[in-house]
Design a protein. Structure first.
Length: 180
């Protein structure tokens, strides 16, 4: 059992390891949040993968045999997807802060709702352009229809998962706002 003198001694020694204001400011910056670090890694991975895809699709996926409009739609959809992700990341990284916490949480919830819609739309546009590119002038057999069906189901599941993830984030901010 600890006596009062040991407790006082521990309390005194805990205060000696105080952090400077600069260190505290760095710890509380939104940019240093672990969730943002994960988002940054995900975002950079997607950029690298999609950029590699853009460099390889023309030769590797017979883009030269596809009409120019199909290639342009694919390129534009990938660029829109990347830009949307970049804007979303920068918006989340730099939230609008006001003096009123409740108002700031409400604004963040509204912003996340807009970001969710834009994210879903850009994902659907990208998926549709990719499907058009992959299926253009394809002679379908039963096996190819099965593959196409599996791809469509996979895209639908990914859209659903993405939507649920966004809704959880929005609900979290709305709950925080209600708690205040």
């Amino acid at each position: 059992m600890m006596n009062i003198d040991d407790l006082k001694s521990d309390w005194q020694s805990a205060c000696q390891a105080s952090l400077s204001e600069k260190e505290l400011a760095m710890m509380t910056r939104v940019r240093n949040h672990p969730t943002l670090r994960k988002l940054r890694i995900k975002f950079m991975t997607e950029i690298v993968a999609l950029t590699a895809f853009l460099f390889l699709f023309y030769d590797g996926l017979d883009g030269a045999q596809k009409p120019l409009i199909v290639n342009v739609l694919l390129i534009i959809s990938v660029i829109i997807y990347i830009i949307n992700n970049a804007l979303s990341y920068f918006h989340i990284q730099n939230p609008l802060v006001s003096g009123n916490i409740r108002e700031a949480l409400a604004n963040q919830a509204r912003s996340l709702k807009r970001l969710a819609v834009l994210s879903q739309v850009s994902s659907v546009v990208y998926a549709a352009a990719l499907m058009l590119f992959l299926t253009y002038q394809t002679a379908f057999t039963q096996r190819k229809y099965i593959i196409l069906s599996a791809l469509i189901v996979t895209f639908l599941l990914l859209f659903y998962y993405s939507w649920i993830t966004w809704q959880r984030k929005i609900t979290n901010f709305r709950q925080l706002e209600a708690d205040f």
